[in-house]
Design a binder for this molecule. Structure first.
Ligand code: 2RA
Length: 346
């Protein structure tokens, strides 16, 4: 069985990675269709596996012809079109990378290794925020082993979270800075080179940013935790290119044994345990970049919560585990559970 697959937004940073994940992971593609705006329609996109593909001007009717459509576009675009693409028996499954549907109770928000079964409930699936998806790869196995009373996260987020323009602004600005100039900024609130910015997305009434609240809301929804389960995040942008890092502190229900925690994480899907301080082995954005697995290390008993707490550090590729890979894994799950179906051809 193979499927007609569409990507909307394939020229953006996440869209490109979705296409590459489909190719590298040998997703069963019978036809790959790339949809874009008037600006990109008609251009040719070379691919290794599927040859040169002409970008089609997006329209809902064409997207509906696909079996599955990956949306790597803005929340506004997704809100306007996603439901129309998947509506009815003859619509396509839609896997949306934006935040448009993440908090709607009827729309599954899925990290396949955690709540993949949810994909059976809807033809429209929301892909989580990158920061949440990366952190949960380590948090979820530890919740299952030791239980959890609260999570406190501090992030160190790469420029790629703001897409290709964010990465370009960092790289161009760094060059300008090193040549003695003053970098300009339009994507980030302040110049990012040689700086850290304790703001990602807009401030909310409670003093947290939207990025920080996404971690709280999405962790609860994906892990099936209570609506008031305590999860708190401080999100900070740092001048790295494309891997997010996080310090995570969990208060647990059961006492933590660090060796057991290491074993659980070593065996967890999507995790690479990098935890050998004697050899200076720990997660870093530079080693996590380009990897499917999230690096987890610096595991230690919490000085705050004693036996009932664990602290650790993770680094994960923002564009892969935080976006494209998760979306393609959702697609793979939906192929294997029969939720993505081949349309009968005339
Ligand atoms: C960021 N988490 O890093 C956002 C992108 N989804 O900016």
């Amino acid at each position: 069985m193979s499927f007609s697959v569409g990507i909307v937004g394939a020229t953006g940073a996440v869209g490109k990675e979705i296409r590459q994940c489909l190719e590298k992971r040998e997703f069963p593609v019978s036809q790959l269709r790339i949809f874009g705006s008037e600006r990109s329609a008609g251009k040719t996109m070379p691919t290794e596996k599927y040859g040169d593909i002409e970008v089609e001007l997006f329209d809902v009717a064409k997207a509906r012809e696909c079996d599955v459509v990956f949306l790597a576009v803005s929340g506004d675009f997704a809100l306007e079109h996603a439901e129309a693409i998947c509506k009815g028996d003859d619509g396509a499954v839609v896997i949306d990378n934006s935040s448009a549907f993440r908090y709607k109770p009827e729309i599954p928000l899925v990290v396949p290794e955690i709540n993949g079964k949810e994909t059976k409930k809807s033809k429209l699936i929301a892909n989580p925020n990158c920061t949440t998806a990366i952190g949960l790869m380590a948090i979820w196995p530890l919740i299952q082993k030791f239980g959890c009373k609260r999570v406190i996260m501090s992030t160190y987020q790469a420029a790629s979270g703001a897409g290709q323009p964010g990465m370009d602004e960092l790289q161009d600005g760094t060059r300008v800075y090193l040549e003695g100039g003053t970098p300009e900024n339009s994507i980030f609130a302040y110049p990012l080179p040689f700086n850290v910015i304790p703001q990602i997305d807009k401030f909310q009434e409670n003093g947290y940013t939207k990025e920080e609240m996404k971690v709280t809301w999405e962790t609860r929804k994906i892990c099936g935790l209570a609506d008031d389960f305590p999860v708190s995040c401080s999100a900070v942008r740092i001048p790295t290119i494309r891997a997010h890092s996080e310090v995570i502190i969990m208060e647990t229900e059961k006492p933590v044994d660090i060796k057991e925690a290491q074993k659980v994480l070593d065996e967890a899907p999507g995790v690479k345990l990098v935890d050998n301080p004697d050899e200076l082995a720990y997660p870093m954005p530079i080693t996590a970049t380009g990897q499917y697995d999230v690096e987890v290390g610096r595991l230690r008993k919490s000085l705050v919560f004693g036996d009932y707490g664990i602290e650790f550090f993770v680094s994960g590729d923002q564009l892969l585990r935080g976006a494209a890979l998760n979306a393609v894994l959702v697609g793979e799950e939906m192929v294997s559970n029969g939720s993505i179906k081949e349309k009968a051809t005339a």
